[in-house]
Design a protein around this ligand. Sequence first.
Ligand SMILES: NC(=O)c1ccc[n+]([C@@H]2O[C@H](COP(=O)([O-])OP(=O)(O)OC[C@H]3O[C@@H](n4cnc5c(N)ncnc54)[C@H](OP(=O)(O)O)[C@@H]3O)[C@@H](O)[C@H]2O)c1
Length: 349
Amino acid sequence: MKVSIIGGSGFTGGELLRILATHPNVEIKMVTSRRYVGDYVHRVHPNLRGILDIQFTNPSTSKIAEESDVVFLCTPVGVSANIAPEFLESGVKVVDLSPDFRLKNPGEYERWYGWKHPRPELLEKAVYGLPELHREEIRKADLVACPGCMSTAAILAMAPLAKTGFIKQSIVVDAMIGSSGAGATPSLASIHAERYGVIRPYKPIGHRHTSEIEQELSLLAGEDVKVAFSASSVNIVRGILVVCHCFTEKTVTVRDLWKIYRQFYGNEPFIRLVRDVRGIFRYPDPKLTVGSNFCDVGFEFDPHTNRIVALAAIDNLVKGAVGNAVQSLNIIYGLDEKTGLMYPGIHPV
Ligand SMILES: NC(=O)c1ccc[n+]([C@@H]2O[C@H](COP(=O)([O-])OP(=O)(O)OC[C@H]3O[C@@H](n4cnc5c(N)ncnc54)[C@H](OP(=O)(O)O)[C@@H]3O)[C@@H](O)[C@H]2O)c1
C-alpha cells in the first residue's frame, strides 16, 4: 500500500513512521510538516536516523491524493474534517487519528468540543477504529476514526462488563496519562519545570473523551451509559492507566470476572488479561506496555462496596493512537492484523 501522513512532525506522526518503517506491505510516499518542509524526518524524530530516508513536504492534498492509497491524518482537532472529504472523493482511504469523526451525533461536537461539525453527513460513514469492537465494519471502511487514547483504555477495560449487563446507569473512570499525550506543541503546562514530578488533576470533569466512551459503552450495553470521567497528568512520558469503578447489585466473584473477560476477548491478539497473585506486576501497569500495541486489562471485585474495579494500561502513542490505526489498515487490506505490530514492550524502562 502507498501511504502518506499529514502531520508527520508531531508525536503520533513520528510514532506512525517508526511502525510503518518496518511494515512489510507499506511504502511511505509523503510525510507532511509545514514547519519542517525539506528537512529529513530524522531531524525531528532522531530515533529514525538511518531507518527512513525521506523529507517532509507541504500538506498539498491533491498531490498526496495522486500518490497514495491511504492517508493518515495526525492533525489537531478541526483539521481533518476539512481535508478528509477531498481524499475520500479521490478514492483515497482515510485513517484519522484526530477526534473529528469519532462521534456519531453531530450535537455532541457542539456540546463537548464547542465546535460545529462542517461535514456532519460523514459521521455516519466513519467507522470507530477500535478493532476489538468494530472489526467487521473496519474491513469495509473508507474512513476510519481512531479512538482517543484514554477512551481506548477505558472502553477496553469496561467493554466486557457493558456487554454482560453489569453497567447500570453510570461508571466512574479515573485516567492517568503521561506527557506525550498532550502532543509536541509546547505550552506552559508542558515545560519541564512545571510538568516534572506532577500528579496533576487537569480535567476532573468535562473531558472530551467522555462522549466517545459513553457512545461505545452504550452501544454494547444496549442502553444509555453515563461516564463520570476524570483525567490527571502523571510523571511519565508514555502511558495511560485507567481505573474504572462499577457498582453492582449482583454478586460476583473474581472467577466470574475471569470468565466474562475471557469470553469477551477470546483470542484478541493485543489484549492481555493481567490479574496475578504473585510478583510486583499483579495488575495492568503502563510501564510494561511502552512501545507495544498491547492493552493490558485487569479486574478485581470489592465485596465491601459491591464494586467491580476494571483496569487497563496502554502506551498512549501505540494502542492509544497509531497502533489502532495500523491494525485498522491491516484489516482493511485483508492482512494478518498483527503485521508490523507484534513488538513486546521494553523492560525495564
Ligand atoms: N498524543 C497522543 O497520545 C494522541 C493519542 C491519540 C490521538 N491523538 C490525536 O492525534 C492528533 C495528533 O496528535 P499529536 O499528539 O501527534 O499532535 P502534535 O504532536 O501536536 O502534532 C500535530 C501535527 O499536525 C500538524 N498540523 C497542525 N496543524 C495543521 C494543519 N492545519 N494542516 C496540516 N498539518 C497540521 C503539525 O505539523 P506542522 O505544524 O509542522 O505542519 C504536527 O505534525 C490529535 O488530534 C490528537 O488529539 C493524540
